[in-house]
Design a protein around this ligand. Structure first.
Ligand SMILES: NC(=O)C1=CN([C@@H]2O[C@H](COP(=O)(O)OP(=O)(O)OC[C@H]3O[C@@H](n4cnc5c(N)ncnc54)[C@H](OP(=O)(O)O)[C@@H]3O)[C@@H](O)[C@H]2O)C=CC1
Ligand SMILES: CC1=C(/C=C/C(C)=C/C=C/C(C)=C/C=O)C(C)(C)CCC1
Length: 317
């Protein structure tokens, strides 16, 4: 239970990856400003979290069951919290989906929206009314760079994150009137089970209904580029957790928080050309024409962002 003065932070999807590291980093803050309720849909998956939490487990970190796809589970979890009081709600639980659209069933697509979109809304609907009454609270949503810019063969996943962004952009305005803050965290590629599941999905999927040429682009061309991007630009779950902690602790938290400055130029293409042609053509070129040079072109982009190429251009020495 939270001690007086501690903020109650509830996080969804803490069995692995970003949610797990967020729970641990917040619970292990030596000043003990937080009581973290780390939730997961299946407590059988708690061991990694419990081990990483160490001494904090049972003190500044407690566990609860929560499946974001179930009204009952969400209600039960929130009703189990003293006074239903949540200061910071971190919507982290999410699933990926890759593949040619022709080969994905509508049921599979709905599952992605049920988790990534309705799962977040279900949480917000349960927690927000109390925050509005108290005139305080912070809702964090783990979106993605794919909530701003689509990526080939991630059509449905990107759509679920775009939907979330639209929902949050609209809601943030109303919430401000009630002193409730809403922030989006927008990571690029992060090394978690999400990446491993994506690789497994590409390798294992038989892609029924998709033609051989499309399957080749998915299994060979996309997978190679995607692995390159994870290798060159990938962040760790700790990077995302630290960035989120800063957002929670900021005196004026930002609405949008892109966590990876190296990925920003890829998102920026969209805003550089309002017709949308620039990003579509650039991604086409990177994917289908650059092939093995993709690695080099992303490294160049990275160097442009970090400044080393720019400084070399200014000073030839
Ligand atoms: N990794 C990446 O490259 C990026 C990830 N993101 C986003 O970050 C968030 C976390 O993903 P990440 O840590 O990378 O991936 P992981 O697969 O490691 O973690 C996802 C977590 O969500 C949980 N989850 C899935 N469905 C439900 C559900 N119905 N109810 C409750 N929990 C559920 C999983 O639980 P279980 O163990 O039970 O499956 C798991 O704990 C997601 O929203 C993802 O979209 C954003 C940008 C990049
Ligand atoms: C293939 C490919 C790309 C891939 C980007 C990837 C793979 C991004 C992954 C982001 C993740 C995993 C977000 C999670 O929410 C680019 C760079 C757009 C350029 C065009 C070709």
């Amino acid at each position: 239970m939270a001690s007086p003065g501690q903020k109650v932070v509830l996080i969804t999807g803490c069995s692995s990856g970003i949610g797990l590291r967020m729970a641990v980093i917040l619970a292990k803050d030596e000043r003990k400003p937080y009581h973290v309720i780390a939730t997961m849909r299946d407590l059988k998956r708690k061991d990694k979290l419990v081990e990483a939490a160490g001494d904090a487990y049972g003190k500044t970190l407690s566990l609860a069951v929560l499946d974001v796809c179930s009204d009952e589970s969400v209600k039960q979890c929130i009703n189990g919290i003293k006074g239903r009081h949540v200061d910071v709600l971190i919507n982290n639980a999410g699933i990926g989906l890759v593949g040619p659209v022709e080969s994905i069933s509508i049921e599979e697509m709905k599952k992605v929206f049920e988790t990534n979109f309705f799962g977040v809304i279900r949480m917000i609907k349960e927690v927000m009314p109390d925050m509005k009454k108290r005139k305080g609270g912070h809702i964090i949503v783990v979106s993605s760079v794919m909530g701003l810019q689509g990526v080939v063969f991630n059509d449905v996943y990107a759509a679920s994150k775009f939907a979330m962004e639209g929902f949050c952009e609209s809601l943030a305005v109303q919430l401000l009137k009630f002193n409730v803050i809403l922030s989006l965290i927008e990571p690029g590629p992060v090394h978690t089970e999400f990446e491993a599941k994506m690789i497994q999905e590409v390798k294992q999927k038989e892609c029924p209904g998709a033609d051989p040429e499309t399957v080749h682009y998915f299994k060979n061309v996309y997978l190679t580029s995607s692995l390159n991007i994870f290798e060159i630009l990938g962040q760790t779950p700790d990077d995302i957790a630290r960035c989120t902690k800063k957002v929670i602790e900021a005196s004026k938290p930002r609405f949008r928080n892109l966590t990876n400055p190296l990925y920003s130029p890829i998102v920026a293409l969209k805003y550089a050309d309002e017709t949308g042609g620039l990003s579509v053509r650039a991604f086409y070129h990177m994917l289908f024409n650059l092939g093995p040079l993709m690695h080099a072109s992303i490294t160049t982009m990275k160097c442009l962002t970090c400044g080393c190429l720019r400084s070399r251009a200014v000073s030839p020495n």
